[in-house]
Design a protein around this ligand. Sequence first.
Ligand code: SF4
Length: 298
Amino acid sequence: MIEELKNCRLCPRKCGINRYEKKGFCGENAQVRIARAELHFWEEPCISGTNGSGTVFFSGCCLKCCFCQNYEISAEGKGFPLTENELAETFLRLQNMGAHNINLVNPTHFVPNIIKALDICGESLKIPVVYNSGGYENDETLDLLGSRVKIFLPDLKYCDSEISMKYSHAKDYFEQAGQAIKKMTAIAGKPRFDENGLMTSGVIIRHLVLPSHRKDSIRLMDWLGENFAPDEIMVSLMSQFTPVYQAFNFKELCRKTSTFEYNTVIDTVNKYGFDGFIQSRTSADKDFIPEFFDEKYY
Ligand code: SF4
């Protein structure tokens, strides 16, 4: 049994429940579940490279954002169970397929299981591990990872606590995510790349510009500018907001982000001199949602 799951405080919800007996807010018990493990070509170029990133999509989520594109797995329970041994085999399968890295998508609530799987792989796993999360993290959980993770890819979603409460049921989102990003930067250091331009370590902060909320996005970019030097982090700005799932319950989210809204946020990122990625607006559609599975298929 994994000790941390008996009194689960892995994410800022700190449910304190025994996940061997029941599920917490994240919707998951003690057994790892994933919904897909494949090469993925639509991450940032320094992550996807030419061969693809070895993405593993974990089921459940500590946030449950109303506009989640992956709501089938984050909120509706899609996915299939794996033992830690099978998870380790999955990581090695992706490496054998040519993945540049192992990309843990939404891993927070399964961190101790992932650590077990990574330790089973040991030195057989030679590619870097990417921690790709919603940014809603506890320092203690990030500490558990030790040096196993080299690249962090956290979201930074909202600044205002009313907005984070309304869309993700997390009033303390910014407080937790801001602190987590500082911690991730301390763990991973400045962005580093190999001779092919692939990231080997560092932090890329992702921000999805929501329709009707450009001022909150600008506040976040200002916060980054005030807290990080341009060479300490990278910023990836995304424009692909498409109303899905419960976004239709909010009138202000029932459209795509406008060019004006997106450009004003880009201007703020440029003002602080951060390197990074600006996603083309043509990618703003649902084709980016991959297929998820209910049964092990590989
Ligand atoms: S990981 Fe799940 S059970 Fe654990 S504290 Fe977070 S929401 Fe609760």
